[in-house]
Ligand binder design. Structure first.
Ligand code: CNA
Length: 280
């Protein structure tokens, strides 16, 4: 009819090509890479957005360089700055965003092959993405251990320390190491499954990259592994990595919650998305 023709005509042609591929069943194995930008809408500032990102707010802590706050070598002798900001960044009881709900919707529609997340807030799982489909490439903030002897540390004491902004220390006698959330710091290795899961990217028939500046390796390299001819879709405030350089790339620039809504509406999934988001 006329209205849907009009909508089609005004829709960005590149989004339409993505919609067609999904609607005709050409795409069934979507691999997703997410970053801090999908959680800023939930209230957790990202690292690198100018003025509002964490790295622009660290001056009072007098770090040698911003990333030091998350570097294992620096933490090993100076854990105080990390605990000075921990309270403000603890995911606590945050609610997933529409972007998280969209990932759950892809899983529900059997289109999500695998999700690599660089986020440590656990909101993917809260939104309903099945945990077996997710690799938390940088760990998560749901548990903690002594950085030195690796002894576990109780959640209640950790929560107290975070609230007080004080460094929690290992309970083992004579250890004295600082306790660190099970988040991968700079200088630490990624989970062992990372290498094995990379093959999911080689087998993807679409890759979706959301809310990441692609500045942290090795996740930043995942989009490069996508086979030529396979569409890569970027939903982000700004261009990132080499997304947009290949003919079949599609960049939906702007707020990612708006981007996923636009995509969901074009797919006729608008209501499904809202229902899932309300449930989360
Ligand atoms: P980053 O380097 O801070 O980049 C974030 C990207 O998202 C930038 O390109 C922003 O322009 C973009 N962005 C921010 N908000 C939005 C929005 N609402 N809509 C669209 N785009 C947006 O963060 P990366 O994830 O790329 O860097 C990897 C680090 C960040 C990982 O080690 C994470 O652990 C770490 N991190 C995680 C969280 C979290 O768990 N929520 C928060 C902050 C940082």
């Amino acid at each position: 009819d006329n209205t849907s023709n009009q909508t089609k005509a005004s829709m960005q042609p590149d989004i339409q090509s993505i919609v067609d591929r999904i609607k005709t069943g050409k795409v069934t194995r979507i691999v997703v890479l997410t970053g801090a930008g999908i959680s800023t809408g939930a209230g957790i500032p990202d690292f690198r957005s100018p003025n509002i990102g964490l790295y622009d707010k660290l001056a009072p802590l007098r770090l040698p360089y911003p990333e030091a706050i998350f570097h294992i070598n620096y933490f090993s002798h100076t854990p105080e700055p990390f605990y000075a900001i921990a309270r403000a960044r603890h995911p606590g009881n945050l609610k997933p965003t529409v972007s998280h709900a969209f990932l759950a919707l892809l899983a529900k529609k059997n289109l999500l092959r695998f999700l690599f997340t660089q986020n440590i807030d656990g909101l993917e799982q809260d939104a309903g993405v099945p945990p077996e489909k997710v690799l938390w490439a940088h760990g998560n903030w749901k548990s903690q251990h002594c950085y030195k002897c690796n002894s576990p540390y109780p959640d209640d004491l950790m929560n107290k320390a975070i609230l007080a902004g004080e460094v929690p220390y290992c309970l083992e006698s004579r250890c004295g190491g600082a306790v660190k959330p099970d988040v991968v710091f700079f200088g630490q290795s990624l989970p062992a499954e990372f290498g094995e899961k990379e093959k999911e990217v080689l087998e993807a028939d679409m890759m979706l990259v959301m809310g990441t500046s692609l500045r942290v390796a090795p996740c930043s390299r995942l989009p490069l592994l996508v086979k030529e001819g396979i569409p890569r879709v970027l939903i982000n405030n700004e261009k990132s990595g080499d997304l947009g350089n290949r003919d079949e790339d599609v960049c939906i620039l702007g707020n990612c919650d708006d981007g996923v809504r636009q995509l969901a509406d074009a797919l006729g999934w608008g209501e499904d998305l809202d229902d899932l988001w309300k449930e989360a």
